[in-house]
Write a protein that binds this ligand. Structure first.
Ligand code: GAL
Length: 827
């Protein structure tokens, strides 16, 4: 029987729906020489970097939601080649490496994505994101015109692009990806590669174009980017950046703070300065701006580059755990709203900039219908009173006032109306810790290596660590023996010393099974040794903390022990006797027994002892069980008392730990003035404290209903008795709001329990997130009813919103000043 007419019509309808779905929604991303345009509409785009492997898929929706609420249009991420392909042509896109799921999470929230494929990415990521196997691939030279490298880069990049295309993720296919990046800041290092660098740059551009993604490609920090590649700027300030002629002005990395290295203090960039940089960028013609990082996150496992901490918090608007870093997040959100309200004039207006001297510049964006204005005071000391179009404006030093209608100041970068949150750590309420933690332990079995010197590979020279270990582990044993006869001249007077020239990695040295010393960044290691007649075994354990990630030829920086390794003694005539062991037969072993045997895995049934728990003992494994802290607040483990090693929760690595590495004692400041150029050494804190004491355990690593396992591999020696699990929550909030603004107080889901301080007038002091513990005091003018009003409006509530107006608050003795309301509330 032939199909009925109705049935055929229904079938046709379905087909056309399918067709519509796959083709109709293509989005055209381009530029008009001034702005990025989406479907022909010139845009002001605000974006933020979130690196998917630095959090967990369970965290992504919330991170992206908070990005959207913060006023972002797009999420920028790199793609991490070495994480996806630890072994050549074997790929992992599961768990927090599920790139496609991450992009779709952004898409579902209605955000765009800027995909920085690299695949060299820098990013304080191990080896800059390139797999170490590339280094060991015969004939391969990294980031230059080298066929072996270009072929591998082509292979991986094409695979990523194809994956995204299959899922219709490019805007040209209706997806969220509006731009893609090839390479990363190559322009900064191109000189190092000579003529071949230019060939490689051109190849990158041609290759990227050949992939036909249908969206613009960018090359950051690449002034000579071949057309049609868009050259973009990275840095703390990019308002003075000049794009290529007739290209849009774009900022791919606005550094919201800075990363941290082991032994360094805590970087802090103020909300005022960050907002100043962004406002100035748009005042001077910017169209796209991205915060690097918007959420920094955590370097789980072994992903951190050399000597980079496990925390990659970055002092970003969202903190390491994904909570709002206030006032940064909120101050930027208000800036974004203001800028967005002016999108039309900023992208269409005629621009008139006027230099008023004294570092003051005004800019007018005028269209026939409306105008928007910026008043910028770049002086880092002097406030300015600017007379502009017949009105006087007070513009504090190092700030920009934004007047969306060229009349009323809607935003000033130095006037922060958002609350500051002060976070507190609370002990695990699920149990009474640390008393209740019962530890068991096992020694790392190093007899074969330290006593017998037995490895897996033997060669007659010292090997570079990347070449010997291929990044399979942080650890590499170098073992050799030396035969000394009774009449050897080295048995002279005094001691014999062992001297090792290292490359700055961690070194543990053993002679005949005895530990003779360790160094946390060995370059010139020297220790006295006791040797015996006959055969002596020398075993050296080299440990890396990730490989370097930046600079021309960074990939060639050596790791491990390159030597010389020598024994030095004196003969009877006081002359030095040197025995060079570098060319001896060296035996190598990659990794540790406990790692190979997966002692960190909770499923593994191995013998652990609860007797005589050792402390301050090198090469020791510790294990305990714990109950997950109640609630939903982020969880950290305090590893105070421990030395250095790696930690696992239920088999998931939470990263390298190293609380015994104290931050240097100099370079911290008591005050943090937002005025003046920021650089990573300005406004640092926590000098002399453990570089990182608390380590993030994502909730998804833990089980609710069962016992959780924490395993530590302790390399230097430590004491686990102080280890405890804690949650992080907002403890108090404080805020400052100027007259005619709204002040919002919120305890992140908890209720406000008390008001500690309130004053309307000219309150003094700061309540800073730079250093906790600072507080406000009353100024010379203070109305009497502020405290009672705020108590009434806020106590017992999760959030409250107060209109700050002179009508409501009395301020009898204030005279003609701009008044502020300062409040501190307890959560
Ligand atoms: C940039 C680089 C980023 C990151 C940043 C510092 O030069 O492009 O990947 O390394 O520096 O955090």
């Amino acid at each position: 029987m032939p199909p009925s007419k109705n049935f055929t019509l229904a079938l046709l309808f379905c087909f056309s729906l399918i067709l519509l779905n796959s083709y109709a929604s293509a989005i055209k991303v381009s530029h008009d020489g001034r702005s990025i345009t989406i479907d022909g509409k010139p845009r002001i785009l605000l974006s933020g970097s979130i690196h998917y492997p630095r959090s967990t898929p369970e965290m992504w929706p919330e991170l992206i939601k908070k990005s959207k609420e913060g006023g972002l249009d797009a999420i920028e991420t790199y793609v991490f080649w070495n994480a996806h392909a630890p072994v050549r042509r074997q790929y992992d896109f599961t768990g927090n490496l599920d790139l496609i799921k991450f992009i779709k999470t952004a898409q579902d929230a209605g955000l765009y994505v800027v995909l920085r494929i690299g695949p060299y990415v820098c990013a304080e990521w191990n080896y800059g994101g390139l797999p170490v196997w590339l280094h060991n691939l015969p004939g391969c030279q990294i980031r230059t015109a080298n066929d072996v490298f270009m072929n591998e880069m082509k292979n991986f990049t094409t695979m990523i692009v194809d994956m995204a295309k299959r899922e219709k993720l490019f805007a040209s296919q209706g997806g969220p990806i509006i731009m893609a990046q090839i390479e990363n800041e190559y322009g900064d290092v191109e000189w190092w590669y000579g003529a071949a660098g230019k060939v490689y740059r051109d190849w990158c551009a041609n290759f990227a174009e050949s992939l036909n993604v249908g969206v613009p490609w960018i090359m950051c920090q690449q002034n000579d980017a071949p057309d049609p590649m868009i050259n973009t700027c990275n840095g703390y300030y990019c308002d003075q950046f000049t794009p290529k002629p007739n290209y849009p002005k774009m900022w791919t990395e606005n550094w919201t703070g800075w990363f941290k290295s082991w032994g360094a203090s805590d970087p802090y960039r103020t909300a005022e300065d960050l907002a100043f940089a962004v406002a100035k960028f748009f005042q001077f013609g910017g169209t796209f701006q991205n915060y690097y990082m918007y959420h920094g996150g955590t370097n789980f496992g072994r992903v951190a580059a050399g000597y980079i901490t496990t925390s990659y918090d970055y002092n970003a608007p969202l903190d390491e755990y994904g909570a709002l870093n206030q006032p940064k997040w909120g101050h930027l959100k208000q800036l974004h709203e203001t800028l967005k309200s002016m999108e039309y004039t900023l992208t269409h207006g005629n621009i008139t900039a006027t230099d008023l001297g004294n570092n003051v510049t005004t800019t007018v964006y005028a269209t026939e219908e409306s105008s928007s204005c910026f008043l910028c005071n770049s002086d880092y000391k002097l406030d300015a009173n600017i007379s502009f179009r017949g009105t006087n404006y007070f513009v504090p030093a190092w700030s920009v006032s934004i007047l969306p209608d060229c009349k009323t100041e809607a935003y000033n970068t130095a006037k922060v109306n958002t609350q500051t949150t002060v976070k507190v750590k609370r002990n695990n309420k699920a149990e009474d810790e640390p008393q209740s933690l019962h530890w068991t332990w096992r020694p790392e079995n190093i007899d074969e290596t330290k006593i017998l010197g037995k490895g897996e590979v033997v060669v007659n020279h010292l090997m570079e660590q990347k070449e010997a270990a291929n990044d399979e582990s942080d650890y590499l044993w170098y073992m050799t023996s030396v035969d000394l006869k009774k009449d050897d001249p080295i048995w002279g007077k005094n001691n014999i010393t062992l001297r090792i020239n290292g490359t700055g990695c961690i070194l543990h040295a053993y002679v005949n099974g005895e530990h003779i010393g360790s160094d946390q960044a060995a370059r010139n290691f020297e220790r006295n040794v006791t040797l015996k007649d006959g055969r002596n075994i020398i075993s050296l354990l080299s440990a890396t903390t990730g490989f370097s990630n930046y600079g021309g030829g960074y990939d060639l920086q050596p790791a491990g022990i390159l030597g010389p390794v020598v024994l030095v003694g004196q003969n009877g005539d006081d002359e030095s006797v040197i025995k060079d062991l570098s060319g001896h037969k060296w035996s190598y072993k990659v990794g540790l027994h406990g790692l190979t045997n997966k002692l960190f895995s909770s499923e593994k049934a191995t013998k652990w002892s609860s007797e005589n728990l050792p402390v301050n003992t090198t090469m020791t494994w510790y294990k305990t069980t714990f109950k997950a802290p109640l609630g939903t607040d982020p969880v950290v483990v305090d590893l105070q008392g421990l030395g250095k090693g790696n930690a696992w929760v239920n088999g998931h690595s939470i990263g390298r730990y190293w609380p015994s590495f104290l931050a240097k004692t100099d370079g911290c400041s008591d005050e943090c003035d937002y005025r003046g150029k920021y650089e990573s050494k300005k406004c640092n804190s926590k000098c002399g404290e453990p570089t990182q004491r608390w380590y993030h355990i994502p909730r998804s690593f833990m089980r609710d209903d069962d016992e959780n396992t924490l395993v530590l591999f302790e390399e230097f020696g430590g004491d686990p008795s102080l280890v405890k699990f804690q949650t992080i929550a907002v403890g108090s909030v404080c805020a400052n709001a100027y007259e005619n603004n709204t002040l919002e107080l919120a305890c992140d889901g908890r209720s406000i329990s008390a008001i500690k301080f309130a004053s309307f007038g000219n309150p003094q002091g700061t309540c800073g997130s730079f250093k906790n513990g600072t507080s406000f005091t009353k100024g010379t003018c203070d109305g009497s009813n502020a405290l009672s009003i705020i108590q009434k409006e806020c106590v017992g509530k999760e959030k409250c919103s107060i209109d700050v107006s002179g009508d409501k608050f009395d301020s009898t003795n204030c005279g003609d000043i701009v008044k502020r309301l300062a409040v501190e509330a307890v959560c």
